[in-house]
Design a binder for this molecule. Structure first.
Ligand code: NAP
Ligand code: G4F
Length: 352
């Protein structure tokens, strides 16, 4: 696989996000030319996680280049595809926040749903022999009908985000079947890292634990503490994306750890690691997490409750283990501690 420079080329949408930055790093490490599709920003500032890759550009070595585009704008995708002529396309761009999708349902549908179609159409026109990865989500399972969830579990989306991802899933599969494209869905369960957006619950908790320990914040307000997720490490999950495009037959895969934990458990490990072990008082909307001196460090705020919640997710990645040889290595505790360590370091502290 190669084109142009002789090196294979990848086009990554969502390159400024958590997964995009890890994926671009890995592809560059493999010697690929990587083009990141990025929305032209009216102000600089969202390239924090890829600045080191952009700085690394040189004449001879592999490099990350940005190309302007928006999943809501078909002409920009057409131009990007014609310019890059990629061998692999990773569609990671999305309005990816579930709660936000209730506030911006149509915009979420345009980008997270129809954006997939626009990209597939541009691929069909300019590089039908490329391989296409769609970032599908465990949110598709929503109100789960069985546990653990695997590739055959029925979908029950519970948010405008999940409904848009359901469209993206089906249109990807349809373009595979109708046009013979190599187009696959990775149904990834929650994956986190120090690069997670600050408004997702894991990063919000890790950030708060470190900032409270440093005296920079008094407490953190959260929503549903009983919600359970199958949380893995993002760096490992993007490895699975690459593997899915390197096998002979295009297929859809679940990527998960098989372990399910509550938001409350995440808080307990995070705060203990920051030297602030918690005890709990109350329940539901009045639940609180207190430190050894009785100070409230975690408080529930119903503003963060979802209009329709996904109560519990747990994935079965057996197919990926069998066909791709993929399995997770980082445990839940290691993930939480990695995230808290990063935030402690950012405020000049260490664990304990
Ligand atoms: P993320 O950090 O929120 O990144 C989202 C990316 O999408 C950002 O680069 C953002 O760019 C870009 N984007 C937003 N709107 C766009 C538009 N209109 N056109 C082009 N790009 C746009 O998300 P992530 O956690 O890395 O997740 C990557 C993908 O996997 C997403 O599709 C997400 O829905 C899906 N997913 C994530 C998880 C998870 O647990 N992380 C699980 C399953 C599936 P800006 O910098 O311009 O905002
Ligand atoms: O961190 P979250 O916002 O992630 P959520 O909703 O599971 O979605 C993430 O994972 C999906 C994969 O399943 C991706 F497709 C999606 O793009 C995104 O990356 O919330 C996790 C849980 C929810 O049940 C939420 O109600 O945490 C609960 N929660 C409790 N307090 C909170 C908060 N979530 C957020 N964001 N903020 C809180 O204060």
């Amino acid at each position: 696989m190669s084109s142009g420079s002789g090196r294979p080329r990848a086009l990554v949408t969502g390159v400024t996000g958590q997964d995009g930055s890890y994926l671009a790093e890995q592809l560059l490490g493999e010697g690929w030319d990587v083009w990141g599709l990025a929305r032209p920003a009216s102000q600089p500032g969202n390239t924090r996680w890829i600045d080191h890759l952009l700085r690394g550009n040189d004449e001879s070595g592999p490099r990350l280049r940005l190309i302007a585009g928006d999943l809501a704008d078909a002409s920009s995708l057409d131009r990007a595809m014609a310019t890059v002529q990629p061998d692999e396309i990773y569609n990671l761009g999305a309005q990816s926040h579930v709660q936000v999708s209730f506030e911006l349902p149509a915009a979420t549908g345009q980008v997270t749903g129809l954006g997939v179609l626009r990209l597939l159409e541009a691929m069909r026109r300019h590089c039908p022999r490329a391989r296409f990865y769609q970032a599908s989500s465990s949110e598709l399972y929503g109100q789960v009908v069985e546990s653990p969830q695997n590739e055959t579990t029925r979908f029950y989306p519970r948010s405008p985000y999940a409904a848009a991802k359901a469209y993206g899933f089906h249109i990807t599969r349809n373009y595979r079947e109708a046009y013979g494209l190599f187009a696959v869905n990775g149904i990834l369960f929650n994956h986190e890292s120090p690069r997670r957006g600050e408004n997702f619950v894991t990063r919000k908790i890790a950030l708060a634990a470190a900032r409270i320990r440093a005296g920079l914040q008094e407490r953190v307000h959260l929503g549903n503490l009983s919600s359970r997720r199958d949380w893995g490490f993002a760096g490992e999950y993007v490895e699975a994306m690459r593997l899915m495009l390197r096998v002979e037959q295009p297929e859809d895969y679940v990527i998960a750890t098989g372990d399910t934990r509550s938001v409350r458990e995440f808080c307990e490990i995070a705060f203990a690691h920051a030297g602030l072990p918690l005890t709990w008082r109350g329940s539901g909307a009045s639940e609180q997490g207190l430190d050894e001196d009785g100070r409230v460090l975690v408080a529930v705020d119903p503003r963060y409750f979802r209009k329709a919640e996904v109560d519990a997710l747990r994935g079965d990645a057996g197919l990926a283990r069998e066909r791709l040889g993929w399995q997770p290595r980082v445990t839940f505790r290691q993930l939480v501690e990695m995230m808290v360590d990063a935030e402690l370091e950012a405020v000049g502290l260490t664990a304990g």
